[in-house]
Write a protein that binds this ligand. Structure first.
Ligand code: NAD
Ligand code: UD1
Length: 338
């Protein structure tokens, strides 16, 4: 069997997926340009697993570079994580987001077709469900998407659907992630956001370790049991294992399909804070403030399709997600910079 090419493999979800791939005996090739990561995560993946990966530094939009990677290696299938993902930033520099996220995908698919590699797993997001009524299932029409980042994911899904219609030899699986948090149990790899975090768990971690003074809970007046927003947090290791299940499905499948990767369980902002304080034995300084523009009150997955067809189910609970996030943070107070 040839190698799995993991684009964006130095990033948060990519690095955890590389660990799972290596641990189940696959040969792995990583491409990354480090726009939001560093080489340290590659070293640590090899350290955790005791196995080597091939690594190529370059930009996914660079067709000559992609051709050289494909011609030097026997690639069997591709997991495409590489992309920009900050919602706020995507509103400030939309063209950078459309350019990076869509031109990367087009260059990748053209190169794959040129080398007759037609098995692809693509990272999408629950954001494409927009204002639908949860639990979200894969048959729902996309809802109102409020930002350019989310629209790049929706457009990418359309591009891949069109590609599979045009050529029946492709096997394409879209994975729509809910809210990945947590870290590998070794504490050696985790999420390492640049600057002040936008997302809840990375912010909690910075407050817990004393780098930021206070967490603001964005809104306490939603129509939810405790007034704060509800999300479907999923352990990043469960998410990574979902990619292994997707790859297995690619081997016996042609066409295009979509799967939610979540736990199917909602958790409010206050519930996550309380659980974090309980299992990590830290007091978090927080207060409830105004709502954040664009936030949905409730978002969680219907996971039955992935359970039945991918034979995959998330197993870690919120307590374990908090524990593993905290271990990563205290073992690496400055992230990969040390
Ligand atoms: P990340 O930023 O940690 O990882 C993405 C990686 O891609 C980074 O290492 C970055 O350097 C690399 N990259 C970006 N553009 C590139 C390019 N043009 N060429 C080469 N490398 C490039 O993000 P992540 O959280 O690991 O997310 C992975 C994927 O999953 C992204 O596509 C993201 O949009 C999607 N996703 C993430 C979440 C989440 O909450 N983390 C939720 C839904 C979907
Ligand atoms: C956000 C993005 C979404 C993206 C996802 C994963 C928005 C509107 N949505 O989702 O497109 O796929 O990240 O990267 O940005 N919260 C606080 N205080 C904070 C930070 C967050 O109370 O300092 C709350 C938010 O209001 C939300 C919850 O925590 O209710 C989770 O927030 P976050 O981690 O940013 O994820 P999403 O908003 O679900």
């Amino acid at each position: 069997m040839g190698s799995v090419l993991v684009t964006g493999g130095a990033g948060y979800i990519g690095s955890h997926t590389c660990v799972e791939l290596l641990e189940c005996g696959r040969e792995v090739i990583v491409i990354d340009n480090f726009v939001n990561s560093s080489y340290e995560s590659i070293k640590r993946v090899q350290d955790i697993t005791g196995k080597k990966m091939k690594f190529f530094e370059g930009d996914m939009r660079d067709r000559d570079f992609l051709r050289s990677v494909f011609s030097e290696n026997e690639v069997d299938s591709v997991i495409h994580f590489a992309g920009l993902k900050a919602v706020g930033e995507s509103c400030e520099v939309p063209l950078e987001y459309y350019d990076n996220n869509l031109n990367s995908l087009i260059a990748l698919c053209e190169t794959m077709a040129g080398f007759n590699v037609k098995k692809l797993v693509f990272s999408s997001s629950a954001t494409v469900y927009g204002d639908n009524q949860p639990p979200y299932n894969e048959n729902m029409k996309p809802g109102l998407i409020t930002n350019p980042y989310g629209r790049t994911k929706y457009m990418a899904e359309q591009i891949l659907s069109d590609l599979s219609i045009s050529d029946g030899e492709w096997s394409i699986l879209i994975l729509r992630y809910f809210n990945p948090i947590g870290a590998h149990e070794s504490g050696k790899i985790g999420e390492d956001p640049k600057g002040i975090p936008n997302n809840l768990m990375p912010y909690i971690l910075k407050v817990a370790i004393g780098e930021l003074p206070e967490l603001k809970v964005f809104g306490g007046d939603y129509k939810t049991p405790d007034g704060t927003c509800i999300r479907d947090y999923i352990h990043v290791v469960d998410l990574a294992k979902g990619h292994i299940s997707a790859l297995k499905k690619l081997d016996k499948f042609k066409g295009f399909d979509i799967y939610n990767l979540g736990t199917g369980k909602g958790c409010s902002v206050l519930e996550l804070i309380n659980k974090f304080e309980e299992v990590c034995k830290v007091n978090l300084n927080y207060s409830v403030g105004d709502r954040r523009d664009g936030d949905l009150p409730v978002c969680f997955a219907d996971t039955s399709k992935a359970e039945k067809q991918l034979n995959w189910k998330a197993k870690y609970d919120i307590g374990r997600m908090c524990e593993d996030s905290w271990r990563w943070q205290i073992s690496n107070p400055k992230g990969y910079k040390r």
